[in-house]
Write a protein that binds this ligand. Structure first.
Ligand code: BTN
Length: 254
């Protein structure tokens, strides 16, 4: 894709490098970006020695799961980047659904972009960005999917795809992710296609209409999950009758 004429990405814009082991596929993508790598580079690893989760948490990264990061350069104007997490969640939900047996419980998205089966977390997504020395903006989308092994439950209950009867390997799942991410990013269209992405997001979102608690960095608030606004912010109806818009936080059902 030409940087001077950015347009919709297609399958041909993506390439893949598979590593046996790395500290973190997200960190590796950011390092490649600093050295001039082009947009569309996927890096996967069989194992990570320093896998990173949200809010500085470590991410369990033993062999058997999928650890994959995608580097994008200038994927959208800054004001439209906020909707990228929703597009990413739609792509991952689609890829995971492809390999699940028909009798498995639904694969659902928990706002903004955790993926759950039977209300248990099977995937985490960490999106990071950095302005490069030449002024371009690098964005890395990191996905950790519990294919065969799961960590001890921490903040959330966790599960593996194997536990729900999926027999696909991490490589087979990645092949689906490669395709679904390219298709969803094309639909997202540098943020211009957010309404179409949001329709898909809502059709596979869990918990809309239910009572939830959102942990913010400094406090927790509870209320009814009323959906998302047209920029992807979570709408929380609180007991005082008001509606709060939330940009980031950990959501708990019930
Ligand atoms: C979360 O805390 O839910 C997000 C976890 C993201 C983990 C993935 S694994 C591949 C990529 N590399 C990392 O170091 N983190 C992400």
């Amino acid at each position: 894709m030409r940087a001077d004429m950015p347009g919709r990405m297609s399958l041909d814009d993506f390439r893949h490098e598979a590593l046996a082991e790395v500290g973190s596929t997200n960190t590796e993508c950011l390092e490649r970006a600093r050295k001039g790598a082009l947009s569309g580079l996927w890096i996967t690893a069989g194992r990570q020695t320093g896998g990173r989760g949200r809010r500085g948490r470590a991410w369990f990264s033993e062999p058997g799961n999928l650890y994959a990061s995608l580097l994008l350069i200038d994927p959208a104007p800054m004001e439209r980047l906020g909707s990228l997490p929703l597009a990413v969640a739609v792509a991952v939900q689609e890829a995971v659904s492809r390999i699940m047996p028909l009798d498995s419980p639904d694969v659902l998205i928990k706002w903004p972009n955790d993926i759950l089966i039977d209300r248990r977390k099977i995937c985490g997504i960490l999106i990071e960005g950095e302005t490069l020395a030449d002024g371009r903006h690098a964005v890395v989308i990191g996905c950790g999917i519990n294919v065969a092994v799961a960590p001890e439950a921490g903040l959330y209950p966790v599960a593996t795809l194997r536990g729900f009867g999926a027999s696909a390997s991490p490589d087979e799942l990645f092949a689906w992710l490669f395709r679904s991410m390219a298709e969803t990013l094309a639909l997202w269209n540098r943020g211009r296609g957010i309404s179409a992405v949001m329709e898909r997001w809502k059709s596979v979102a869990g918990g809309i209409g239910e009572n939830i608690t959102v942990n913010l960095p400094d406090r927790s608030i509870s209320g009814r999950f009323a959906g998302i606004d047209d920029t992807g912010l979570l709408k929380l109806e609180t007991d005082d009758g008001g509606t709060r818009l939330i940009a980031a936080g950990d959501v708990f059902f019930g």
